[in-house]
Design a protein around this ligand. Sequence first.
Ligand SMILES: NC(=O)c1ccc[n+]([C@@H]2O[C@H](COP(=O)([O-])OP(=O)(O)OC[C@H]3O[C@@H](n4cnc5c(N)ncnc54)[C@H](OP(=O)(O)O)[C@@H]3O)[C@@H](O)[C@H]2O)c1
Length: 231
Amino acid sequence: MPKTILIVGGSSGIGLELARHYIAEGHRVCITGRRDPYMPGALFFHLSIGAFADQLVPAINELVAAFPGVQTLVYAAGFLQRGAIETLSDEALLTMTNVGIVAPMMLATRLKLLAPTPLKLMLITSSSQYTPRPQEPAYAATKAGLAMLGASLARDAGVGKVLVAAPSGIRTPFWRGADEDTTSMLDPVWVANQIIELSGGPFKYRYAKILRNPARVEIVETLDNSFAPVV
Ligand SMILES: NC(=O)c1ccc[n+]([C@@H]2O[C@H](COP(=O)([O-])OP(=O)(O)OC[C@H]3O[C@@H](n4cnc5c(N)ncnc54)[C@H](OP(=O)(O)O)[C@@H]3O)[C@@H](O)[C@H]2O)c1
């Protein structure tokens, strides 16, 4: 049965690999980003998430209106600016926060109400979600926040399945321009395949780490529909 899938941050890397897979399966796919990758079979929506909330709100509203009927939200956008906390500009902090946590919250707010079936969420975090690093304080905070958003929404009876996938380093354009050796990082096609596999089957909430050296998946927690929400 074809599904309607919105992939925010689908113009590159993991999001683009997921889009390729879902298009090949015959689903209706919209990808967002700042650069159109001209992916056949996908609708592209230009979405640039910056520091300013007054620009983000109309952009999110336009996206939701342009691609109705979303059943699955894949949130793959990520922005990392490295540095000790005092070196990060206010603009970098605001952009990391908007990309990492505000935009997915705004999308969940809107899409939960509009979804024709209980909204399924696939949230891509990072090893930074659970590994504190002095050079990634703000990025790590947004990834931990995104994971907690997913865990909380999974306890909402009006929301469908929630997958939180926390990958370690992946060879993608994420590292473009950074002084980072990506040779031992994970293959993006392999990571996308693990995410697809993790998202299948009957569960309400699943949290998994996708680790490297050696490449492996560790499912940290899976909850089925019968678990009692904590109130
Ligand atoms: N690569 C890694 O080593 C690694 C490790 C752990 C976790 N992650 C996480 O995995 C996810 C996917 O990353 P990736 O490796 O596939 O990186 P990627 O190839 O750089 O893809 C990131 C996507 O997010 C979009 N994006 C980034 N900043 C944006 C902004 N300010 N406004 C709008 N869209 C924006 C990009 O769009 P445009 O390129 O079109 O602007 C692109 O579609 C991210 O959440 C990242 O934090 C990556």
